[in-house]
Design a protein around this ligand. Structure first.
Ligand code: CTP
Ligand code: MN
Ligand code: MN
Length: 497
């Protein structure tokens, strides 16, 4: 390999490691952070090169971390170097320059970091653009994909969500669903889409979705999305529907009557707010702020304590987004039940009574059970389930939360309002309820669609029905349901579709 005379190979032992401890040298190139790979280079040569670079104003890190921008190696065996690098658990590896020593010698000669050229690169045998799994294997059904909370394609999925929302506001269902499906596919990818070619074999991406992606890839944003975001109607409907109890219909009505802001709504004499909306406005700041994991845990303790004070053999299970491992949620969802048949509804009302007695119920919308096993199976999809449930707003004290409440800067209140959902199915419906309430919404939609289209089965939060055999399929765990459907089991934290 060519070596510049500016970087002489020093003889072993001629420079003990201690001598490499840098003095205070002026940093000239703040945006560049080098790491020299010791393998093949040897420790004494590495120390020498480190000192040399530092004396010329370069930052050289002793350890390889995500802040490093340039990795320099004398290892000509690209594959072993890349195997080693990939084993370092680096998030930022794709963004790092992995360079041959020639880049280093050139830079030392020039006394500045030279531009990275192709000849400097130590190429990974597998090009970066290649998705790690063959794309052909990605299913059109979210229930056959594993989707964690890590979204590598947020720039696209955020844009799709805006588009889906605007179609939802206009009650155009087809394109709305299409954008939600497209977003869901991109969320499942363990890699970021960097060119449109990479989407070729992905399911659920139509012409429109791809056109939006192309704009984002080329210009960093989609003009169609930007136009929607600056649209007054969209902004107003978005604002109004962010209030607890205000759906698209009410928001539209207010918009049509010329209202544009909360104060417009609150000062309009003809507007009658229902109890839910009144509470929504009253606690707007708290409820629109995300609930953190420690807050969810604190609420779990409160519900747990209340339930067990009533029946010792009762069960409380965390469900919803927090069961899927999300760090934040818009509420906290729990299933409350008891093995004592027919006692689950009474348990729920007793729990609510106890919470009220504690003075922590700010709002409670209780819905009694309308569950009737003889009415199964339900042919209505996305229909609400019939179990006893309640939508609550509870008062959570700062002292109850490990590490304290997550508060806005300067907020000194000792409590906050939090949305909590409780559902109380009979114990033999527990697995279906748990699966249904764990979500995500898109995962549930696709579970039902898959059951119907691929298995001739009907699934909802109550039961699974086989239309071919004309019978219900029993399940005590979620795994049983996946097995009945002939699906590989997907863990809750892989259901963030
Ligand atoms: N769900 C349901 N029936 C209801 C209410 C909710 O089946 N009456 C389901 C939803 O389909 C969803 C899950 O319960 O899959 C959780 O709902 P929700 O709390 O709205 O969403 P999360 O996924 O928990 O998201 P977030 O963290 O924002 O609360
Ligand atoms: Mn939730
Ligand atoms: Mn909920």
């Amino acid at each position: 390999m060519f070596r510049s005379p500016a970087v002489p190979r020093v003889r072993k032992r001629s420079r003990p490691a201690e001598s490499a401890v840098p003095g205070r040298q002026e940093v000239k190139f703040e945006d560049v952070r080098l790491y020299l790979v010791e393998r093949k280079m040897g420790s004494s040569r590495r120390s020498f090169l480190t000192q040399l670079a530092r004396s010329k104003g370069f930052i050289v890190d002793d350890t390889l971390s995500d802040v490093v921008t340039h990795v320099v190696s004398e290892d000509s065996q690209a594959s072993s170097l890349w195997t080693w690098l990939k084993g370092r658990a680096l998030k930022n590896l794709p963004a790092m320059h992995v360079l041959d020593i020639s880049w280093f010698t050139d830079s030392m000669k020039e006394g500045r970091p030279v531009a990275v050229e192709t000849r400097h690169l130590i190429q990974d045998a597998l090009p970066k653009m290649t998705p790690p799994t063959p794309v052909a294997r990605i299913s059109q059904y979210a229930c056959q994909r594993r989707t964690t909370t890590e979204n590598n394609n947020k720039i696209f999925t955020d844009a799709f969500e805006v588009l889906a929302e605007t179609y939802e506001f206009n009650e155009i269902e087809g394109p709305c669903l299409a954008f939600r499906r497209a977003a869901s596919v991109l969320k499942s990818l363990p890699w970021a889409v960097r060119c449109l070619g990479a989407t070729e074999d992905l399911p659920c991406l139509g012409e429109h979705s791809k056109a939006v992606m192309e704009e984002i890839l080329q210009h960093g944003q989609s003009f169609e999305v930007e136009k929607i975001l600056s649209d007054e109607r969209y902004q107003t409907l978005k604002l109004f529907t962010s209030v607890f109890g205000v759906g698209p219909k009410t928001a539209e009505k207010w918009y049509r009557r010329g209202m544009r802001s909360f104060s417009d709504v609150l000062t309009e004499p003809d507007v009658r707010l229902n109890r839910m909306q009144q509470t929504g406005f009253l606690h707007y700041g708290d409820i629109s702020r995300a609930v953190s994991k420690p807050e969810a845990r604190a609420l779990g303790n409160i519900i747990d304590e209340a339930v067990h004070a009533i029946t010792s053999d009762a069960i409380v299970a965390l469900t919803g987004g927090f069961r899927r491992g999300k760090e934040f949620g818009h509420d906290v969802d729990f299933i409350v039940s008891t093995p004592q048949e027919g006692k689950e509804e009474g348990l729920l009302t007793a729990v609510i009574g106890r919470l009220k007695h504690q003075g922590i119920v700010l709002y409670c919308d209780y819905q009694a059970s309308t569950f009737d096993i003889s009415k199964l199976p339900s042919h209505r999809f996305e229909a609400m389930d019939h179990f006893a449930k309640c939508f609550l707003i509870l008062r959570l004290e700062d002292s109850q939360v490990e590490g304290g409440l997550s508060r806005a800067e300067g907020d000194r209140r000792s409590w906050r309002a939090v949305r909590v959902d409780l559902v109380s199915p009979p114990m033999d419906r527990y697995a279906f309820t748990l699966l249904g309430w764990t979500g995500s919404r898109q995962f549930e939609r696709d579970l039902r669609r898959y059951a119907r289209m691929e298995r001739r089965m009907l699934l909802d939060n109550h039961a699974l029905y086989d239309k071919t055999k004309k019978e219900f399929l029993a399940a005590t765990t979620e795994k049983d349901i996946f097995a009945h459907l002939g699906l590989e089991y997907i863990e809750p934290w892989q259901r963030n579709a």
